[in-house]
Ligand binder design. Structure first.
Ligand code: HEC
Length: 153
């Protein structure tokens, strides 16, 4: 295992420490850096660990009831809040190597599986998400989530 995979795995196992049965989490193939991961790939590699069964009250993918409220909040807000982290949701899903674009694709994929029509973000939407991210960081004030070692603006 490369040092890099080890770091990623360590970060993930820390993030998943609260889970009663540690889910099996894949790692990204670091040699395949040419393209961005699809939303589904990111979901299968990272988010599935909590969002398939609803660990720590994570909104389950496919749970239309639960996602209805999130969908109403809007794609940029919900993506930014997940990216920054809230309560049991670690910043970036505990995967520090994820780009915002890949993270946003995974959110869109989960939302689509739960009734939304959200698409992979384009440049305009990414800029909106960045704005919401800044707002959220200011709102958090005490920056408790941002002390997480895995958070990099
Ligand atoms: C360690 C478990 C865990 C992992 C891994 C995880 N999440 Fe979450 N996620 C949560 C929990 C718990 C919540 C609910 C937080 C709350 O509202 O209390 C959540 C909430 C969210 C939300 C809703 C944010 C909002 O505005 O309410 C989004 C979006 C999200 N996660 C996206 C993702 C994506 C995308 C991934 C994969 C890259 C991911 N999560 C990986 C635990 C996780």
């Amino acid at each position: 295992m490369s040092y890099r995979s080890f770091v990623v795995l360590t970060a993930l196992s820390l993030a998943l420490g609260a889970c009663s049965q540690p889910p099996v989490v894949g790692t990204f193939d670091q040699t395949a850096t040419s393209g961005l991961k699809s939303g589904e790939q990111v979901y299968q590699n990272v988010c599935i660990a909590c969002h398939s069964t609803g660990v720590a009250n994570a909104p389950k993918s496919g749970d239309g009831e639960r996602w209805r409220e999130l969908i109403a909040e809007g794609q940029s807000v919900v993506t930014a809040h997940g990216w920054v982290g809230l309560r049991g949701m670690p910043p970036r899903g505990g995967q520090p190597d994820l780009t915002l674009e890949e993270f946003a694709r995974a959110v869109a994929w989960m939302a689509r599986s739960s009734g939304a029509t959200w698409q992979d973000p384009d440049a305009a939407l990414l800029a909106e998400i960045r704005k919401e991210e800044k707002k959220r960081i200011e709102e958090l004030g005490n920056k408790s989530q941002l002390d997480d070692a895995s958070y990099r603006p």
